[in-house]
Design a protein around this ligand. Sequence first.
Ligand code: IVH
Length: 701
Amino acid sequence: MPKNAAPASAPSSVAERAARLRAEINEHNYRYHVLDAPIISDAEFDALLNELREIESRYPELITPDSPTQRVGAPAAEGFAKVRHPQPILSLGNAFDAAGVRAWRERLGKYAEQNLGSLEALGSLDDYVVEPKIDGLTVVLTYENGVFVQGATRGDGLVGEDITANLRTVKSVPLALRKTDVATFPARLSVRGEAFMTIADFERLNEAQLAAGERTFANPRNAAAGALRQLDPSLTAKRPLRLLCYAIVDFVPAEGDGLAPRTQWHTLAYLRKLGFPVTDMARRFDDLEAAIAYCVSYVERRDDLPFEIDGMVIKLNDLTLSQRLGYVGKDPRGAIAFKFPAREATTLLKDVNVTIGRTGNIVPNAVLEPVHVGGITITSATLHNYDDIARKDIRIGDRVIVKRAGDVIPYVAGPLISARTGHERVITPPTECPYCGTSLVRREGEVALYCPNADCPGRLDRAISHFVGSGAMDIEGLGEKIVAQLIEAGLIADVADLYALKKEDLLGLEKFAERKAQKLLEAIEASKRQPLTRLIVGLGIRHVGEMAARALAERFGSLDALIEAASASPETLQDIEGVGPVIAESVSQWARRDSTRALVEKLKRAGVNPKQEVRSMTARAEGPFAGRVFVITGTLSQPREAIAAWIEAQGGKVTDSVSRNTAYLVVGDAPGASKINKARQLGVPMIGEEELKRLGSANQS
Ligand code: IVH
């Protein structure tokens, strides 16, 4: 007779149902997180999970360690226990190009011949598996009789930290291995994999951190590391970690069972079968050159992947052979990393100096201890703006992560907080322009500080470089360095001075010989024949790009006529297709400045005064947004003014309130509820910034 105080034990039908639910849920979880091919809806999945939770709460004795309800639940720890790895967790040797890989193969051949005897008896060295080298963190997962019992970090390769509770929360970590007809589970199995975060998840996480007023992460790897090292697993659970597995580090077969797979290719297939997430980018090659070509193909394609890779790994397929080849230091001889050019590096932030952009925007620049990134040495990088510095908590004296990818100018992504000594200095924004002493201002809705002095000498070199650049007067042979040289020598103080340069002036400069000087003077002379549109672009009027410059040139035909009209009646500018209120206001301010008139006079005297036929008002410039009215709400990637100017330059208009005439409501971050509601009411379509840009360019062709 059961005692009253004892909880009722579960009837066998309930126990069976729980077991079934566990298996079913684990299977759906696997389909969703490993195969990325779910067959039920999220709601159906939740219903199954709730049913299991409900049973387990009534009959706690039915809870098993591999129950899907047990992913989160462990309390926060005080620290991590140490875990000795069953085998040293080795690293990898690096090659930086094809030659490096060939040299590795040559060393391998020699070593094998000298130490292992005849090559024929060894099996093939030329049988390779190539895999992506994921830029994440090594983890080691251990299973006993098919159940996940322990997860560890790499640590020093011999001893890692016990992060079992954290890894349980990672959805692609199987809590129980998959029962497939062919597999009997090993008594003990330890698998090595890489934990990482996708780029999209990383960006979303950073946005959420920002919104919560928390520090952002410098890269997906740091974000993943932070997530794994949370003492409270419920925090790890909120971070979207992923996993890909690629090696077996320990294998104790079940009684009467065979050994672990003896090739890398079979290992990947075996791991996949047991339910581990495994890359689908692995390929097998019997020719080193083909393997190298596969690696090289990803140098370009790495940007198309959803996660960061820092290279590819070439592994001998024969694992027995690999083992016999042993290792040098921590690097196994039987594998090599084909490293891609690094796109980031860490270095010391020595100081911050300030440069000033063409339009007066103040840009803080990092002065760095020289560091190699992606094949060049960099000594400075942009810090974007002071808001960004504060948000990332970057300090002078910090070790910082510097990034450089493709055409992007090098920038400081963030500090390495863990490397702080306490001697770092907080960076404070300047209040006055370092070039002219004018008080700096902040324009509404913009993050940058501005020097409002239109004639600030700090703008000069940027302004001149812009004027001579390929989008404007296109003076060949006049790069930024030479512009700086000319300013430094006192030969030019504005763009008009370029036209007064003489050969003797140039010959006095460093690295200027007869021929170079002659060519430059000819290029400057030729620029006088550039069309009016290019001259207007070159003058660098705020918000006036190619499109607006063309519209202005076609409407007025000369600088004089433009200045005349813009200073007398700025409203008329707005009638021009491609010029809205933002551009009109900017042009009229420019036209009314004394310095503008003086410069234009000087240019005219130098012979720079292009004219063109005026198009009648009816022959309107056709912009892709011609005749369409936009309203913007929320924060976009650029200041609202700049976006508005871009829309105007495409022929559109921007207004403040949503009405029946509104073509689109452009919605950014933290949009205003009233505009959204109004748009919904009136059926005005809402688009994001990407869609906006797409519409602009799609309609252009
Ligand atoms: S194999 C003995 N394969 O790269 C086996 N490593 O720089 C050595 N990594 O510590 C590792 N993806 O964290 C291997 N497909 C892959 C990898 C990979 C990423 C990491 C791993 C290792 C580091 C070596």
